[in-house]
Design a protein around this ligand. Structure first.
Ligand code: NAP
Length: 597
């Protein structure tokens, strides 16, 4: 029987193997591999190779694609996803007005249609099956479940106030993610004291005509009751740009995209006319893609103010080191050079009233974007008339410290306040979570399932580097460090591989996952050539996870079920000239997968 890699089993193997320590792996093929178990056996080339890919976002789909290519007719690939529907962030993370970015699903659909591939949607690792269920059934398991958490700002109010949410969840909202809209009330709840669905929370914030005045300020603003409320976005990355664009652009431009109908209706009624993009460092340290920044800066009917107070001479070195940053900086300069009255480039010393107030020339249709550098949030403050909702944001002014290329933001103690804030989006990066943190909430759809009450069965054995927020790996081979008392060093966990953001952290565009999958699957193929893959337990008869899910009476969505959901979404969208109208409830997805529209 193949080894079942529970934590206890891992510990026993470490003890038995008596590792002597050693250098980290050098390259996918030359890695000085050391093995925890002798379960791997040479297999004749004609034998089928059974693989399980956990996660059907870009990383998982490219990994499946590479496995099919490398193994040809002998490949069998089962793809598991927690969501009933495939394609992860391509479906729920790409902005609706970036349709061309989503065209990659055509390639992924090709992979899914392949007869060597099975899809199991609504089947979650950590909830419905464990790693210990999977590893004995496959030659290798490829983890591709991405980054489903967020980095935090660690400031008062960010977890408790309505209107303070992560950009990741906001993006999920306008993309129709069931966690924001669906009938899974538990998971759609915001953290902390908020007891409403994310959709209701965002709708209340965007459509309430805020006339907040907070006294908790050391800088005064003269907002009037007629001022339009502001949405503040922390972070200077592409997700921040996506959120700003969706909030600022003419909502009619979104009408015929795949934006979910409920989010569209809320945006149509939105009172927010001003978006403030706030960066903790300077323009020379931005993380924007220049093309996306240009798109935002040139939105029709949007006034732009860039507070250019962060490019001291010493930052030229940082700009010199990064072409995209230079291009982004140039895009801002170009906007300034245009010099029309709808766009301004402000310099250091501009009055603070200009931040986030947006009261100049405001008409019903004009909106305003302001970009402000060298500011960090120090506190999110409640409205005076509603202690549960966000009303203003206090910023601390920063200065840069450290050598070029390693500049850090250091607070100066000076503060500023942005008032009349309806929404604050934390767009400071995604974060992968250890598997055991994925399912702490009982699913509404499966009232009989209480994962937390089955700690042994679902106990996980995927190593996790909490400091880096990744599954530790060498070129995609999952590794586990061994305590010095047991010999020390990094050891490969047999049969377990990792791709995507879970492997390298939450950065890069969709296409980067192809190169990344090449590396991981290249390592896997090299391991196979050395006879180092696991051999599936013969008792499972090469049937993968399907029989297990059936035995557990799990309502999974097959690729035929996905076809029915896809057809129904397209049919609903066509009625309104949209490519699709996404189903936003898991239970409805399951019904359509079983019965059709
Ligand atoms: P990101 O590119 O890593 O940007 C994160 C931003 O948050 C940075 O400006 C960072 O500033 C800031 N930040 C981090 N911690 C902070 C803190 N404690 N306080 C204030 N600011 C903080 O992350 P992302 O925007 O979430 O994007 C994730 C990845 O997806 C990126 O690789 C992005 O390019 C990609 N993406 C691409 C597209 C596209 O191509 N259209 C669209 C969406 C996402 P510092 O530099 O100071 O740390």
């Amino acid at each position: 029987m193949a080894a079942v890699m529970s934590r206890r089993a891992l510990a026993c193997l470490f003890a038995a193997a008596r590792p002597r320590g050693g250098a980290p792996f050098a390259s996918p093929r030359d890695a000085p591999l050391r093995w925890l178990s002798s379960a791997a056996k040479d297999l004749p080339a004609r034998d089928p190779r059974l693989f399980c890919v956990v996660g059907s976002g870009p990383a998982g789909m490219y990994a499946a694609d590479r496995l099919l290519t490398h193994y040809g007719a002998s490949a069998r690939v089962d793809i598991l996803d927690k969501s009933p529907v495939p394609f992860g962030l391509v479906r729920s993370g790409v902005a609706p007005d970036h349709a061309s970015t989503k065209s990659v699903v055509n390639r992924f659909e090709g992979v899914l249609s392949d007869p060597r591939v099975c899809f199991f949607g609504n089947a979650a690792l950590g909830r419905d099956v464990s790693v210990d269920d999977l590893t004995p059934r496959y030659h290798a398991v490829v983890l591709a479940y991405g980054a489903t958490g967020d980095r935090t700002l660690d400031v008062p109010g960010e977890d408790t106030l309505r209107g303070a949410i992560s950009a990741r969840r906001f993006v999920g909202w306008f993309n129709g993610d069931p966690e924001a809209h669906g009938d899974d009330v538990e998971t759609s709840k915001s953290a902390g004291a908020k007891n409403v669905s994310l959709h209701d929370e965002i709708t209340a914030c965007l459509t309430r005509h805020v006339s907040d005045v907070s006294d908790d300020a050391d800088v005064s603003h003269e907002n009037t009751a007629t001022d339009a409320p502001t949405a503040v976005i922390f972070g200077l990355g592409n997700v921040a740009l996506d959120c700003a664009r969706v909030l600022l652009r003419d909502v009619n431009d979104l009408r015929e995209t795949d934006i979910c109908a409920a989010a569209f209706e809320t945006l149509e009624r939105s009172a927010v006319k001003h978006v403030a993009l706030i960066g903790r460092r300077g323009v020379a340290q931005n993380a924007f893609s220049p093309k996306e920044l240009r798109e935002l800066l040139n939105l029709p009917d949007v006034d732009v103010r860039v507070y250019d107070d962060a490019v001291a001479d010493l930052d030229e070195a940082d700009l010199e080191a990064s072409r995209p940053r230079r291009r982004a900086r140039e895009a801002m300069e170009k906007r300034k050079a245009k010099g029309n009255e709808t766009n301004e480039m402000l310099t250091n010393g501009d009055t603070l009233e200009s931040i986030g107030v947006g009261r100049k020339n405001k008409t019903k249709t004009r909106k305003e974007l302001s970009v402000r550098f060298l500011r960090s949030p120090s506190k999110l403050v409640a409205r005076d008339d509603d202690a549960t909702s966000l009303g203003s944001v206090i910023l601390e002014v920063n200065e840069l410290s450290g050598p070029p290329g390693k500049r850090r933001a250091v607070g100066t103690g000076a503060t500023e306040t942005i008032r009349n804030v309806a929404l604050a989006l934390r767009s400071v990066g995604y974060r992968s979570k250890p598997l055991e943190e994925h399912f702490t909430v009982k699913s509404h759809h499966e009232p009989d399932r209480e994962p937390d009450r089955e700690p042994d069965r679902f106990k996980q054995s995927v190593p996790f580097d909490a400091a880096r927020g990744v599954v530790p790996n060498a070129f995609g081979r999952v590794t586990q460090s061994v305590a010095p008392a047991m010999g020390g060093g990094e050891w490969q966990v047999p049969g377990l591989y990792v791709v995507g953001w879970l492997k390298r952290g939450p950065r890069g565009i969709i296409g980067d996952n192809l190169i990344d999958a090449e590396e991981t699957i290249g390592a896997l193929v090299a391991d196979d050539a050395r006879g180092k893959l696991r051999k599936p337990d013969y008792r499972f008869k090469n049937r993968g996870v399907k029989t297990l899910l059936e035995a557990r009476k799990k309502a999974f969505v097959s690729k035929e079920g996905w076809r029915l959901i896809d057809a129904e979404e397209r049919r609903r969208g066509a009625e309104f000239g949209k490519p699709r109208e996404k189903i936003t409830s898991v239970s409805e997805m399951l019904r359509v997968a079983n019965e059709g529209g």
